[in-house]
Design a protein around this ligand. Structure first.
Ligand code: ARG
Length: 462
């Protein structure tokens, strides 16, 4: 058991089969910078408590710095015999500063409080970087919304033509949930920051008079765990992070699906930029929305990471259990997935070219102005129940004649209801319809312009 963290009570070394199952360095090695930072803070705590001489303290810090530099240059590697990142780094530290000094660092800590702390640090850093990428996408949507001006499109419910809306309004409808996701990361971060597990030991806390609050501050936390069992055994912070990642994936996939539909010949609403679409190996004419499809597909993967993680956590008794080693790969994967997906997706969105003429042509079709007739009647004094009936009758007549609502004659309107004077035509244009929607959050151009400002303000305040 040479080089192991736990050899003392064992007569023989672990079987190769156990080692193969147990090993985690192939995925947890990326926690190295956080492990080294934690060790530095821990060395400082030991020193302050009088458990490390000035000389040993200085030597440990030197050794940790050397390991940090060698990690940064790519030279530092775990050994095949290392169980995890923590064991590997202790072995490498001892190789640098000797067993006498290097062997002092582990006092008063366990891999259980260590790994819970490091994992929080890793996720806090990556939560920030993923949130930045989400904000880039929000900015791309805002730029497209601004460029769309007062261009209109068919707004849909149930994927059927419902009411005309501004293209800008629709694009910004995708920005709001993304802003909430960024807010979720920030909110998650505040909670995680309050709870640095260092000092929890294996589960019961430590006896050495170390100051967990000082370690927490040094590691960028705002407080330390109030319960050492909770500090080492809880992974709700991982699940919550996984949820926010999955939610980003789901939000992005909704826009992805629309881009896929919009770029079909049948819709013909958008043209994808050549640099942000792909071809076919056999059909020379093909231009495919692969980025959007990958986004839609990766949402499934992000959901899977969250589901798998929750399944691992379900019904685990307190405190630390080795099952918890399974907590890292799913969220590492979620982070990696979003860090490669979001820049590509943002590039695709930023370079979409909208066929606004086609969208404008379709906007009034499918009797999408029927609600406007009903609301015009209400403004003229008709009760809504009656107005709804009358507007429905207009649709029935127009449909039977194979025409759109604005093509009904004055006589046809009058025959449907005397309340339908020719003045109703003022709302039978798409422009008239959208301009009438002046309430907050509505599709009226004035409101959409306000909304764009609001989205930009929120985006820059997050
Ligand atoms: N590598 C473990 C993990 O990622 C930490 C080690 C804790 N091991 C233990 N036997 N207590 O969860």
């Amino acid at each position: 058991n040479e080089g192991k963290l736990w050899g003392g009570r064992f007569a023989g070394g672990p079987s190769p089969e156990l080692e193969a199952l147990s090993r985690s360095t192939h995925f947890d090695w990326r926690l190295t910078p956080y492990d080294l930072a934690g060790s530095r803070a821990h060395a400082n705590a030991l020193h302050r408590s009088g458990l490390l001489t000035d000389a040993d303290h200085a030597e440990l810090l030197r050794g940790l710095d050397v390991l940090g530099e060698r990690y940064a240059s790519g030279e530092l590697r775990p050994d095949f015999s290392d169980e995890d990142v923590h064991g590997a780094l202790e072995r490498l530290l001892i190789a640098e500063v000797g067993a006498e000094v290097g062997g002092r660092l582990r006092a008063g800590r366990s891999r259980n409080d260590q790994v819970a702390t490091l994992f929080k640090m890793f996720l806090r850093d990556h939560g920030r970087s993923v949130a930045e990428r989400v904000l880039d996408l929000v900015d791309a949507l805002a730029v497209q919304a601004e460029a769309a001006g007062e261009a209109v499109m068919p707004g849909r419910t149930h994927l059927q033509h419902a009411q005309p809306v501004l293209l800008a309004h629709h694009l910004l409808a995708h920005a709001w949930p993304l802003l909430r996701d960024v807010d979720r990361f920030a909110d998650w971060d505040r909670r995680v920051a309050a709870d640095s597990p260092y000092g929890s030991g294996a589960l019961a806390g430590q006896t050495l008079g170390l100051d967990p609050e000082a370690v927490a501050t040094e590691l960028g936390f705002t407080g330390s765990s109030g319960n050492s069992i909770d500090g080492t055994a809880s992974r709700d912070f991982v699940a919550e992070f996984g949820f926010v990642c999955a939610m980003v994936g789901v939000d992005v996939s909704r826009l992805a699906e629309e881009v896929i539909l919009w770029s079909t010949r049948e819709f013909d609403f958008v043209t994808l930029h050549d640099s942000w679409s792909t071809g076919s190996s056999i059909m020379p004419q093909k231009k495919n929305p692969d980025i959007a499809e990958l986004a839609r597909g990766k949402a499934g993967r992000l959901i899977g990471n969250l589901s798998g993680l929750l399944a691992t956590l379900k019904a685990l008794p307190l405190a630390y259990n080795r099952d918890l080693q399974e907590d890292k790969e799913p969220v590492f994967d979620s982070v990696d997935t979003l860090e490669v997906l979001l820049p590509a997706f943002t590039g695709m969105v930023a370079t979409l070219e909208f066929n606004t003429a086609r969208m404008a042509e379709l906007a009034p079709q499918g009797f999408s102005l029927a609600t406007d007739i009903a609301e015009w009647l209400v403004r003229e004094g008709t009760p809504f129940r009656v107005a709804h009936e009358v507007a429905g009758a207009c649709v029935r007549v127009a449909e039977a004649d194979g025409i759109e609502l604005h093509e009904l004659t004055d006589e046809q309107f009058a025959a449907i209801s005397p309340a339908l004077t020719p003045a109703v035509r003022q709302v039978l244009t798409v422009a008239g319809s959208v301009e009438a929607r002046t309430g907050r959050g509505g599709t009226g151009p004035v409101q959409v312009a306000k909304q764009l400002t609001e989205v930009r303000e929120r985006s820059s305040s997050l």
